[in-house]
Design a protein around this ligand. Structure first.
Ligand code: GDP
Ligand code: MG
Length: 305
């Protein structure tokens, strides 16, 4: 049977914390977007390319869409909608069990109304079905079907993988008939350098949880590959600075006798070594940059322009 190949771009859209990065990582198979229990951890457009027999999807993980205040949040929301306007299809993600008229539901509807106006196919992914009983899901599906027009509604669990293949097929079905846009081998356009920075930030959030709010940034200062080609002793030297807003946050990130920074560094190093397939020498610094997230100027300096 001669099958049609479809190919195009899709954006993952949804409130912070609904599970977009988790899904993207599962779909693409390697860690391309950072995942954390804190909202708003994704700050840049991350392209992951999924190759399937029926076609190819180039995914964009848009940063959290939310009511914006402050330069950083405004920047994030605008970046997200800019991404969404450019793609062939949208995958709107909501959480299973979100009650009607709840705060989350109001926000989901606000996003869906805006999305509908863009007149492109929307596939609705109802995520985290592992957390709720099936009978509770049906009224929620009906509720969405009654209010908006979707190409498909697919219940999934990004965590367990349930329904993820069905979602993948549903997305490919709405893409244009076209040859793949990207080389089959290409998984992401993020450079290893950027990914290394993201991995460090993920470990920073994981280790420091609530003490250091998401107002922190990681900048990779150097990425030295001069010893990468060495037979048997391939080594990449990476230096990065963690920026926090206050002196007391710096103290937390460094920890007693440097223990915290050491743990962050060794966990991040292990992940980066796996990514690069080389030994990594990782040098971390912590710097205080007061109020950086509120100043648009500082955003550019920290690489979020
Ligand atoms: P994003 O902000 O939309 O990118 O959300 P993340 O992918 O960072 O996920 C936010 C939180 O939800 C993390 O703690 C995930 O482990 C969790 N999560 C994501 N998908 C699922 C799922 O299918 N089931 C459950 N129970 N938790 C999930
Ligand atoms: Mg995310």
């Amino acid at each position: 049977m001669a099958s049609v190949r479809r190919s195009g771009t899709a954006a993952l859209v949804g409130r912070p914390n609904v599970g977009k990065s988790t899904l993207l990582n599962r779909l693409i198979g390697i860690k391309v977007a950072i995942v954390s229990p804190k909202p708003q951890t994704t700050r840049s457009r991350i392209l992951g390319v999924l190759n399937a027999p029926e076609g190819q999807i180039a995914f964009f993980d848009a940063p959290g869409i939310h009511r914006a205040s402050g330069a950083l949040n405004k920047y994030l929301a605008e970046l997200a909608w800019q991404t969404i306007r450019e793609v062939d299809a949208a995958v709107m993600m909501v959480e299973a069990g979100t009650g009607s008229a709840s705060k989350g539901d109001v926000e989901d509807r606000r996003i869906l109304e805006k999305l509908t106006r863009l007149r492109k196919p929307i596939v609705l992914a109802i995520n985290k079905v592992d957390r709720i009983a099936k009978p509770l899901l049906l009224p929620q599906i009906d509720r969405y079907r009654g209010s908006f027009e979707f190409a498909e509604i697919v219940p999934i669990s990004a965590r367990t993988g349930d329904g993820v293949t069905a979602l993948q097929s549903a997305v490919i079905q709405v893409l244009p008939e076209a040859e793949p846009l990207f080389d089959d081998n290409l998984l992401t356009d993020q450079t290893e350098r950027i990914l290394a920075g993201e991995y460090i930030r993920e470990q920073l959030l994981r280790h420091c949880r609530e003490e250091v709010p998401h107002r922190s940034a990681v900048v990779v200062d150097y990425f030295d590959e001069s010893e990468r080609g060495k037979e048997g002793v391939a080594l990449v030297r990476i230096g990065a600075t963690i920026y926090v807003e206050r002196q007391n946050q710096r103290a937390i990130v460094i920890g007693k006798r440097g223990q915290m920074l050491k743990s962050i560094g060794s966990d991040a190093r292990r992940q980066i070594e796996e990514l690069l397939g080389a030994r990594v020498y990782l040098e971390l610094r912590v710097a205080v940059e007061p109020g950086w997230s509120d100043r648009a100027g500082a955003l550019g300096k920290l690489g979020y322009e």
